[in-house]
Design a protein around this ligand. Structure first.
Ligand SMILES: [Zn+2]
Ligand SMILES: [Zn+2]
Length: 178
């Protein structure tokens, strides 16, 4: 960025010797905020809250999701192509999903969420993490990155096990500890 800090001794601290550009401060701020985007309040597709649906908030999986990137990504699997939207000169949002799902309206929503420093997410139902028997949500969205209230993201590994669903009258039901 080419700015010089003019603090040469401790007594200079707090005095306006620094020659820092507003744009640099903004860039630094957004870098910090990028790491801890909070989840937006609704599922991007069905607009329900996590309390209405239950389960976890899925931000990205192999064929669905959004993430920010420093470079333009596109193409890939023709049935699930990636496409990128430009936020500014070196920030893109990459969209993953079934061909044709990213309508202009949906893209506008994603942009708005990212510019509010939030992260869009998908509920289990919209991300197809549902029981093949009863259609209720599965206990755990395996193979997905999920986001928590505080913006922390963790990966739910796909270990080849059946996590079971949450419907206690279904034969696929499994009880999970909290
Ligand atoms: Zn949903
Ligand atoms: Zn079930």
């Amino acid at each position: 960025m080419g700015n010089t800090l003019h603090i040469k001794r401790p007594s200079h601290i707090g005095k306006q010797f620094q020659n820092v550009y507003r744009e640099d401060i903004q860039a630094a701020k957004s870098k910090i905020l990028n790491k801890k985007r909070k989840p937006s309040c609704h599922c991007l597709l069905c607009e329900k809250t996590i309390d209405e649906i239950g389960g976890k908030r899925i931000v990205v999986q192999k064929t669905l999701g959004t993430f920010s990137s420093k470079s333009y990504l596109g193409g890939g699997d023709p049935d699930f192509p990636e496409l990128s939207i430009k936020m500014d000169d070196d920030n893109f949002i990459v969209l993953r999903g079934k061909k044709g799902m990213w309508t202009d309206e949906l893209i506008a929503k994603v942009k708005e969420i990212y510019s509010n420093q939030e992260r869009p997410w998908f509920c289990h139902k919209c991300a197809y993490k549902t029981c093949h028997i009863c259609g209720e949500i599965m206990n755990n969205p395996i193979g997905s990155d999920v986001i928590y209230d505080d913006g922390c993201i963790s990966h739910v590994a796909a270990l080849g096990y059946n996590p079971g669903c949450v419907n206690d009258s279904c034969e696929n039901y499994k009880k999970w500890g909290k």
